[in-house]
Write a protein that binds this ligand. Structure first.
Ligand SMILES: *Cc1c(COP(=O)(O)O)cnc(C)c1O
Length: 412
């Protein structure tokens, strides 16, 4: 039996239920809690990551490379696992770069994007030999000076802030004025500077947004990204070797959401691959994905400390909350708060159902993991599980807020 019964949330296809216990990686949630030795904890199922990448690759043209954007889940053991599955790792800081290199990533498959790279980060990346996605004229200057002083040619790609945006995206990261990348209209000038500098130009990076569940919007952004790159390539100092057209593939979190349909995206990529091969011979087409590859593999688990009834409403007060899983509380980029899929992991159906709210131990009404959901009737000591928590969980949460004990992470 799979988990199919939280109100109108999409059925969770990845984890089974046995003897009314949620199973993750073939282990019951009670055993996982015992092995962790504490609550709260995160548990990630590596077989889900493996299946997500395999299914994606089976759908896409073989010529398309898939990179893992490790800011989605930077746990070193996760990065190590993903390294065997993907073609490259995208990092967003020198700290992440070091985790990727420690995991065994060859520098040639690591790329570094993000605004505000310090001189020291740029120097470190240049010495390591990874590809730096240039996001400003200053970065060209710093790397040129560094290369000239040290007899190196730092490997760079140019991140473009296009003149379009990814429609209906959870988070828009391009189009209009943005801190990311260089505006498309200034790219020809930036390419001339790169050509005149001691830099090894690789190609373009165009990342337009995140958490999108609409294939038509993704298809449109990919078509526009390729067209823009082909246009800009006329100004490139050397042939384009990589064309990273971003990702933005979303996963279903809320009751009204359903999994992304890959078929139209794959069809479109089958059209784009020959187009790129003709216009930019030898260029490698790359997608970079974080959440889509790891988000569904993870669960956040905390324990019911107290069961309170306040004016008729049931509150399950837990030892974990927004300080470990900010996104599930609705405070990480959501406009309207909605419930993540939440269940009582050690009694999924239970013998009795009730409407209950799950809250954390923080002294703020924002510390809400489930707002009046239909759950098995829970008691003190039961385990609350928040699904879809494998991306932007622990590392994207204000862990020091209120000085509660940290959560740990297991990869099973
Ligand atoms: C955050 C980010 C990603 C990953 O986004 P997901 O929504 O997790 O797939 C990819 N590329 C860049 C440049 C990013 O900043």
């Amino acid at each position: 039996m799979t988990v199919a019964n939280f109100m109108q949330h999409a059925p969770h296809p990845w984890f089974a239920v046995e003897n009314d216990q949620l199973m993750i990686g073939g282990r019951s949630i009670g055993d996982l809690a015992a092995q962790a030795g504490q609550t709260p904890f995160y548990v990630y199922d590596r077989s889900v990551m493996t299946r997500k990448v395999r299914e994606l690759r089976a759908a896409l043209p073989h010529a398309v490379h898939v990179h893992y954007a490790m800011k989605a889940n930077p746990m070193p053991a996760v990065v190590r696992h993903m390294l065997d599955l993907v073609d490259g790792i995208d990092v967003a800081s020198a700290g992440e770069m070091q985790v990727a290199l420690d995991a065994g990533a060859a520098p040639a498959i690591v790329s570094f994007a993000g605004p505000g790279k310090t001189d020291m980060e740029l120097h470190r990346a240049a010495v390591a030999g990874i590809t730096i996605n240039i996001e400003s004229e200053r970065e060209i200057r710093v790397l040129d000076n560094f290369g000239a002083r040290n007899g190196r040619r730092p490997r760079v790609a140019l991140r473009v802030n296009p003149d379009f945006e990814l429609k209906t995206s959870g988070m828009k990261m391009a189009g209009g004025p943005k801190q990311f990348g260089i505006d498309a209209e200034r790219v020809p000038d930036a390419l001339a500077r790169i050509g005149a500098a001691a830099l090894d130009f690789q190609g373009f990076h165009i990342f337009s947004g995140s958490q999108n569940l609409r294939p038509d919007a993704i298809v449109e952004a990919q078509q526009k990204s390729v067209a823009l790159a082909i246009e800009l390539a006329r100004h490139a100092p050397t042939p384009v070797r990589t064309l990273n057209i971003g990702g933005g593939f979303g996963i279903p979190y809320f009751p009204d959401e359903r999994p992304l349909d890959l078929a139209p995206i794959a069809d479109n990529l089958h059209d784009l691959v020959p187009q790129v091969a003709r216009a930019l011979p030898g260029a490698q087409l790359v997608l970079e994905l974080g959440r889509y590859l790891v988000g569904e593999s993870g669960a956040y688990v905390c324990r019911v400390i107290d069961r309170k009834v306040s004016r008729g409403q049931v509150f399950l007060v837990c030892d974990g909350g927004l300080h470990h899983n900010l996104a599930a509380s609705g405070n990480f980029g959501q406009v309207i708060r909605k419930n993540y899929p939440v269940l009582i992991g050690n009694r999924v159906q239970g013998t009795e159902r009730e409407t209950a709210s799950v809250v954390g131990p923080l002294c703020t009404p924002l510390d809400l993991l489930a707002d009046r959901m239909n759950l098995a009737r829970a008691a003190e000591g039961d385990l609350v599980v928040v699904l879809q928590s494998g991306a932007y969980g622990l590392s994207a949460s204000p862990r020091a807020f209120l000085s509660h004990p940290p959560a740990i992470e297991l990869l099973v």
